[in-house]
Design a protein around this ligand. Structure first.
Ligand SMILES: C[S@@+](CC[C@H](N)C(=O)[O-])C[C@H]1O[C@@H](n2cnc3c(N)ncnc32)[C@H](O)[C@@H]1O
Length: 298
């Protein structure tokens, strides 16, 4: 159950979704056919302990990520990680030196991608989530490969002010990302997020967005009931707002950004991964997701 102004750490509420996707990335990294390798994902899971560490040690065969749905979820994370890694590498090659990870969670790109000199990466998320990432990777002996600036903030609040207060340069082109975030924001929060990105973007800035079409209201209520009945309250559907302000492609196009939209099923096929049947739970998830990237004209 979400409330205005609710907070969390890495193991609770929306914070634990960062561990769920990190665990999926860790499982992908262990596949011989991996299309994206995040070597730090496993480190986070071990540090979090409990089900996450057990999963890494092969001691959780019943874990959701080992179900048929879970296998397809790992494919989804693999494709999404690869898409956004490629986006950032291209943005860096184009000369961009300022990066903003909105809802950074356990995104380890500041630590693992080959950034150009002088790159500054701003990471926005709730304070305890950012702290877990920083301390876990410091204990592991990993250092960021760019200047990493934490901006602890709730993205339903005035995050643009917090970003500027932490040194963001609104005259420099920026590469933004919103990955695994929009479903956890109400529609007006999504609108404010896009408006904030547009307002702070100098010409030649870029944005990459993962978004999904909301479920119909009846199916969403049923999924929440099912989650509660299974004793899994607060794991996924009960955390999601299931609202959409306006599709990202349309929103940014209307403001003259050059937009490219990639539906997830096509990307999975291109990467040699199966597209789950439309009538399966994994198929319903996959079919609704689009990865969008856009460039603001010079
Ligand atoms: C599914 S995780 C995705 C994390 C990361 N982008 C990734 O793909 O690995 C969702 C993240 O969104 C963050 N988040 C969701 N709503 C937020 C809010 N209102 N303010 C700050 N962070 C938020 C959570 O703390 C969590 O880290």
């Amino acid at each position: 159950m979400r409330t205005d102004g609710d907070t969390w750490d890495i193991s609770t509420s929306v914070g634990s979704t960062a561990l769920f996707v990190a665990a999926a990335r860790a499982l992908e990294a262990g596949r011989s056919t991996a299309v994206a390798v995040d070597p730090f994902a496993e480190v986070f899971c071990h540090a979090a302990g409990g089900q996450w560490a057990a999963l890494m040690k092969g001691l959780a065969p019943q874990h959701k990520l080992h179900s048929e749905f879970g296998e397809r979820f790992v494919d989804f994370q693999a494709a999404r990680t690869r898409y956004f890694d490629d986006y950032f590498l291209a943005a860096a090659r184009s000369g961009i030196r300022q990066v903003v990870l909105l809802a950074a969670g356990l995104d380890s790109r500041a630590y693992r991608l080959g950034w150009r000199d002088d790159t500054v990466i701003y990471e926005l998320d709730q304070p305890r989530v950012l702290e877990f990432k920083r301390t876990t990777l410091a204990d592991y002996g990993a250092a960021p490969r760019a200047t990493r600036v934490e901006v602890p903030v709730d993205l339903r609040d005035d995050w643009t002010q917090a970003l500027c207060d932490n040194g963001f340069d609104r005259t420099a082109p920026t590469a933004w990302i919103t990955e695994g975030l929009l479903i956890y924001l109400p529609a007006d929060g999504q609108q404010k997020l896009f408006a904030g990105i547009d307002a702070l973007s100098a010409p030649a800035s870029q944005v990459a967005v993962e978004e999904s079409v909301p479920m119909n209201a009846a199916a969403f209520e049923a999924a929440k009931q099912q989650e509660r009945a299974a004793g899994e309250d607060g794991t996924f559907f009960t955390l999601v707002y299931n609202e959409q302000h306006k599709p990202a492609a349309q929103w940014f196009q209307e403001r003259d950004w050059q937009v490219s939209a990639t539906p997830l099923p096509g990307l999975l096929t291109a990467l040699g991964r199966p597209v789950p049947a439309v009538d399966s739970a994994a198929g319903q998830m996959t079919g609704n997701i689009t990865l969008v990237s856009a460039i603001k004209p010079r």
